[in-house]
Design a protein around this ligand. Structure first.
Ligand code: ADP
Ligand code: MG
Length: 696
């Protein structure tokens, strides 16, 4: 572990932001045990964390609209006075309604309140108010239902913060708590970004930023606050990631002395593609001569043959007398890699082991003992590899497959099992290169931009639901010729109602359309072991058809699968569709992907037709980025990064600023040990501590 994560003695110096991180949220008035629990649900356990819980959006009370300009559908603010008597009317079931008319001097609009007995006494006839709410418009004119209102002359913050909430916790409650927390901010807040840097990059101070992000005094102040806090978050992320990089240039203990790549190639049942060969050579070069251990990302589309690249690196390490560990995010994927490597190395003296959570305790112990004694050369496994109990005799290389499924912290945990081992991470999530450099800023990158020859492109078509029967017929034909198929249902929330819908759908398929076939279902709420069991049955051919949610996304190779039908395709991002589609077309047979969607939105049609037109994951990622915007693209926490609260990678300029600052700081204090960066060290620890347990 690098120096950043060491514990430094805490200096006591009055009230600092860090000390607010040590004060429980329940110290605030109005936040008792019950409400405290709700805050905790939002990830807020301390007063400091509350102050860093930034609003999701703002109500703009600063620019009242003239009523004549309202078109219906917008949410906005209107400055107006009551212009007719309020009328109460009874509705059924003890409910009642208050209607009133307000005028801005030129035009009038209706306002309506339900079941609010105080309204008639709260609203005064001679007072001008700001009404804020959603506008609707019909034949009888414009109206606002249950608007919020404030006397127009009362100074309010121009913007009112809207927070992400959880059931039982209102926006008002969060606002109130935040207001209180703000009063606890000392007048001199110690700022993690030192003053000289703030000056150089024109950033406002932390106190200003925190106050204005919650209670902006003007649009400009809000902007400055957002900019400053975004820069801070990216800076902390940046420094944190860099700190995971091997720093010690003397760390050459695990370098290999001889290149066995040619030997390895003679074991491979195929000729590597040019891109595979380049990536293999990149790895060998890193491990042979690097002044610091290899730190490489192999990024290649699904099916580009990344496993062989990893196998080559492992072989080189083993032939040079050290061990290699190959970590996969799921058991079934680990088993598959284990089987692949066992076949590949069958006629060699390479000794393989498999270590997964579901092995019996005694089997696990046996594997661990062999690893410790150096009786296993390559171990393939899941996160069982990084538990405390696992240790190696001399780990020289750590490989992680499907890197986006692992947290940054897990990667470094695997590394800590050896003395400066080399690191190879593999990812199929296609990210445009510029962004990859930022996210994986600590890594060198090999791009595998070639698909092995002879692979037939997957025929992709887009159909509407009325063609579904024909699609079923088509799938049956494929099954009859011995192939396998997937039907994917999107479960966005994976909540109970969606789950039921998916299960009902599967049941219907089993009973009707595919009653003569073995149908299985797999979804995110199933127990891990059940999922693995179903997936295994499908991989081994016991099941013909698998009805699935997105859990099949990651790397499993079922070469007999030739069709995938994706329901409600419009609900998926393009990159996700591409990953899903990559589950078919892995054998010699022609494969198909059927996208089902009734959405007629032009944007959706355009998005989905991109899928039909290309099988190039990088092009698809670019399109995805263009059509959906980076916010969405990265919103899914796909990249094993800690959860960010304000930055969204969309703003390249801000990103660049944070990188510039990071290099300034590292030039000044390479391991951040200078007292000046005490605050930053604390922020880094907090950001990465949160993500330590993240997996899947
Ligand atoms: P990835 O992990 O990149 O999605 P895999 O390593 O699982 O891809 O490879 C996909 C399939 O392609 C495997 O069945 C593998 O044996 C095969 N394969 C890999 N490289 C080649 C190659 N150069 N020529 C032919 N087949 C290959
Ligand atoms: Mg793979």
């Amino acid at each position: 572990m690098s120096a950043f994560f060491r514990t430094y003695p805490r200096q006591k110096r009055g009230v600092t932001m860090p000390s607010l991180f040590e004060r429980s949220i329940t110290e605030l008035k109005g936040v008792g045990a019950v409400r405290g629990e709700l805050f905790r649900k939002l990830g807020i356990d301390s007063i400091g964390a509350l102050l860093y819980y930034f609003p999701r959006s703002y109500e703009d009370w600063s620019r009242p609209q003239p009523i004549s300009a309202l078109s219906g559908g917008e949410t906005c603010c209107v400055r107006a006075k009551l212009s007719a008597t309020m009328r109460e009317s009874r509705l059924s079931g003890n409910r009642y309604m208050v209607r009133a008319e307000v005028s801005d001097g030129a035009d009038a609009m209706r306002i309506v309140f339900f079941n609010n007995k105080y309204i008639t006494s709260m609203l005064k006839y001679d007072t001008e108010y700001l009404f804020y709410g959603r506008v609707t418009k019909d034949f009888s004119g414009v109206q606002m239902v249950s608007p919020e209102f404030l006397p127009a002359d009362r100074t309010v913050s121009a913007f009112r913060a809207i927070y992400g909430l959880t059931a039982g916790l209102s926006n008002k409650a969060v606002q109130k708590a935040v207001e209180q927390a703000l009063t606890l901010l000392p007048s001199q807040v110690s700022d993690p970004i030192p003053e000289d840097i703030r000056e150089k990059y024109n950033l406002c101070g932390l106190r200003d930023a925190i106050v204005n992000i919650h209670t902006p005094q003007s649009p400009q102040a809000l902007k400055r606050a957002q900019h400053r806090l975004t820069v801070e978050e990216l800076l902390v992320l940046n420094l944190g990631i860099l700190s995971l990089k091997h720093k010690n240039s003397e760390a050459r203990g695990t370098n290999i002395s001889q290149d066995f790549t040619e030997d390895f190639l003679s074991l491979l049942p195929f000729v590597p593609t040019g891109a595979q060969r380049r990536a293999m050579d990149d790895c060998t070069r890193d491990m042979l001569s690097g002044t610091s251990p290899m730190n490489r990302l192999v990024q290649g589309d699904v099916g580009s043959g990344k496993t062989a690249i990893a196998a080559c690196a492992c072989y080189n390490m083993v032939k040079n007398g050290r061990q290699a560990a190959f970590m996969a995010p799921t058991e079934i994927l680990a088993e598959q890699h284990f089987a692949t490597l066992s076949k590949l190395f069958a006629d060699t003296d390479v000794r393989l082991g498999l270590l997964t959570g579901s092995l019996t305790a005694s089997k696990k112990n046996q594997i661990r003992t062999q690893l410790e004694n150096g009786e296993i050369d390559i171990v393939v496994g899941t996160h069982a590899l990084i538990t405390e109990k696992t240790s190696f005799k001399s780990l020289g290389l750590a490989v992680t497959d499907e890197q986006h499924r692992f947290g940054v912290a897990q990667r470094s945990k695997l590394l800590s099992k050896g003395k400066d081992p080399h690191l190879l991470v593999m990812s199929a999530t296609p990210i445009p290169r510029t962004l990859a450099l930022i996210i994986y800023g600590d890594l060198d990158i090999s791009v595998v931009d070639e698909i092995p020859p002879g692979r037939q492109p997957i025929d992709t078509m887009l159909i509407s639901t009325d063609k579904r029967k024909r699609a079923y017929n088509f799938i049956r034909k494929e099954l009859d010729s011995g192939h396998k198929a997937y039907i994917v249902c999107p479960l966005v929330e994976e909540d109970d109602s969606e789950l039921m819908a998916a299960e009902e759908y599967a049941a219907e398929l089993m009973l009707r359309e595919f009653s003569d076939y073995a149908v299985g279902i797999i979804h995110g709420k199933m127990k891990y072991s059940e999922k693995e069991k179903t997936m295994r049955e499908f991989a081994q051919g016991t099941l013909d058809l698998l009805v699935a949610t997105t859990v099949i996304e990651v790397g499993v190779d079922v070469s007999a699968a030739t069709v995938m039908m994706i329901e409600n395709a419009e609900r998926f991002g393009l990159s996700q569709l591409h990953q899903l589609r990559g589950r078919v077309g892995r054998g010699d047979s022609k494969s198909y992907c059927i996208l089902v969607s009734d959405s007629i939105a032009e944007n959706t049609q355009r998005r989905l037709s991109v899928m039909c037109g290309t099988s190039d994951g990088f092009r698809i990622a670019d399109e995805d980025l263009k059509l959906r915007g980076p916010g969405d693209f990265f919103g899914e926490r796909q990249h094993g990064l800690p959860k960010l609260s304000i930055a969204d990678f969309s703003d390249m300029d801000t990103l660049r600023v944070s990188q510039d600052i990071a290099s300034d700081i590292l030039a000044d204090s390479p391991d951040l040990s200078s007292d000046k960066y005490r605050g930053l060290r604390a922020s880094i620890r907090r950001l990465f501590a949160d993500s330590a347990g993240q997996m899947n």
